[in-house]
Design a protein around this ligand. Structure first.
Ligand code: SF4
Length: 159
């Protein structure tokens, strides 16, 4: 099973925010550059994380992004279920639909495997993921301009 790029970016952003000092409040662009993802993609992901209550974005002087308490301690399993969705792992209902879909044991087995994947992440939180050795690496990240990143300062994804 492979996670979507958006989910990976969401987790990278949340982990980066988790290691910053309280009040650091980086912009979306700064976080995007630090974790090496395009700004436009990061902005969409930050909006989604705000909607899920994982990230807070404040505008204006002293504004920027921060990880919420729920974002730090919440279970990863539900977060990934939200970010990934829990549809079929394969395209049973794609066009043309699979002729086996009405009575397919593989489909059920894959759903069970998918749920087991998410359940494995239930005991973990973003806070757990940034323990050493990951935390020090996250702290040491500096801006690495990449595709879609560039100069300029913004307060958040809606700027
Ligand atoms: S064989 Fe089963 S799991 Fe695969 S696409 Fe068809 S219905 Fe889905």
């Amino acid at each position: 099973m492979r996670l979507t790029k958006s989910t990976d970016i969401a987790l990278r952003i949340a982990m980066r925010l988790a290691v910053l000092d309280e009040g650091a409040n980086p912009t979306t662009r700064e976080v995007a550059e630090a974790v090496g993802v395009p700004y436009t993609h990061a902005a969409k992901v930050v909006s989604r994380l705000q909607h899920l209550g994982v990230v807070e974005a404040r505008r204006g002087h002293g504004g920027g992004l921060s990880l919420t308490a729920a974002g730090r301690t919440g279970s990863l399993g539900p977060l990934l279920r939200e970010l990934e969705g829990v549809g079929d792992v394969v395209g049973c209902e794609d066009e043309p639909p699979c002729p086996l879909r009405a009575a397919c044991r593989l489909r059920g087995a894959l759903r069970t495997a998918q749920e087991a994947f998410f359940a494995t992440l239930d005991p973990l939180s973003i806070g757990d993921l940034v323990a050493a050795p990951t935390g020090p690496v996250l702290l040491g990240l500096t801006a690495r301009p990449g595709p879609g990143t560039g100069p300029g300062r913004d307060a958040g994804p809606s700027d």
